[in-house]
Design a protein around this ligand. Structure first.
Ligand SMILES: NC(=O)c1ccc[n+]([C@@H]2O[C@H](COP(=O)([O-])OP(=O)(O)OC[C@H]3O[C@@H](n4cnc5c(N)ncnc54)[C@H](OP(=O)(O)O)[C@@H]3O)[C@@H](O)[C@H]2O)c1
Length: 290
């Protein structure tokens, strides 16, 4: 039995779909079962993944787990949103039948300064590894899907905004690729030990280059605008992000601007082939055109 967390989220629902397409026995933890696809073969444990009683109901009979700490922006800190949410799970792993865990993590191992969400995410990787399971941390670059949150300004203003120099080239990976790699690992138990698997997407791109691709796909000029970091922090707070999580965003994006995502060079980027152009054509354009 494979346990899938966040089965109603963007990555988790794709992982679930790959596993069910391969007819795997799956249990999910979901806060609201009515959001799940109608599939009688999915065993549902309703509750919060942060809750020890929910974890105790979810783990019996499970040998593999897809673990994605969602990073709730309303929690007081990145520590609470990642480490806190994963504590009961890590406690439950000890003494369970789980042998293999695949977790959604991030690039940044080896960065020496505070990096907000990344620092907390890497602490979760260490907690899971310390339980003794075989673990693959999917060390994701920034998700290209983040741009979808700006569908409204792209449509209405022809602009998107980021607190990053628009000519800085960074790796960006598609959620679809992350989910496919995760599902592949969950269905192939030949791997052992603890490793981080960098998922960087097919190429590094600057936000200016992304704007050019967006302009070509949408058939109108789209511009990438750099926001001052303090303006970005205020914007996050205006959207309901807690002060601690806004600080974590600032730390993370500052670290990315300073080179954190270039600490690793994977031997190959073939695992994550979705280009930004393909993502724009298949995912963003339908969203923009409604
Ligand atoms: N953004 C980036 O550039 C980046 C880079 C690297 C890694 N990541 C990681 O990628 C992840 C985002 O994944 P995503 O886009 O798939 O997320 P998403 O679409 O925002 O989905 C979040 C999911 O988490 C569920 N959830 C939230 N709190 C829960 C709780 N307490 N108990 C059970 N379920 C809960 C939600 O369920 P409901 O349906 O009940 O709301 C939903 O299914 C984050 O963890 C982040 O750390 C992001």
């Amino acid at each position: 039995m494979i346990l899938v967390t966040t089965p109603t989220g963007d990555i988790g629902r794709r992982v679930l779909s790959h596993l069910r397409a391969a007819d795997r026995a799956v249990r999910v933890i979901a806060r609201d079962a009515s959001k799940l696809p109608p599939d009688p073969q999915i065993d549902v444990v309703e509750g919060s993944m942060a809750d020890a009683a929910t974890i105790a109901r979810a783990l019996p009979g499970v040998t593999r787990v897809f673990w994605l700490p969602p990073g709730d922006p309303t929690l007081p800190s990145a520590e609470a949103a990642y480490v806190g949410v994963s504590q009961a799970f890590c406690d439950g792993l000890r003494g369970s039948q789980v042998t293999h865990v695949v977790g959604v993590s991030a690039l940044g191992r080896g960065w020496s300064r505070p990096a907000g969400h990344i620092t907390a995410t890497l602490a979760v990787d260490d907690m899971i590894a310390a339980t003794g399971v075989h673990y693959r941390a999917l060390a994701c670059a920034s998700l290209m899907d983040n741009i979808a949150r700006q569908a409204a300004p792209i449509r209405d203003l022809g602009r998107f905004f980021q607190p990053t120099p628009a000519d800085l080239k960074l790796p960006h990976v598609a959620k679809a690729d992350v989910a496919r790699v995760a599902a592949g690992l969950l269905m192939d138990m030949r791997w052992t030990g603890v490793e981080a698997l960098p998922l960087l997407g097919p190429e590094d791109l600057s936000f200016n280059e992304m704007a050019t691709i967006l302009s070509e796909v949408l058939g109108r000029e789209i511009v990438a605008s750099e926001l001052p970091m303090e303006h970005f922090r205020q914007m996050m707070r205006d959207f309901g992000t807690s002060d601690g999580m806004a600080q974590a965003y600032v730390e993370m994006l500052t670290a990315k601007n300073e080179g954190m995502d270039h600490l690793v060079t994977p031997p190959s980027r073939q695992d994550t082939p979705t280009t930004f152009r393909t993502w724009c054509e298949t995912e963003l354009r339908p969203l923009i055109s409604g």
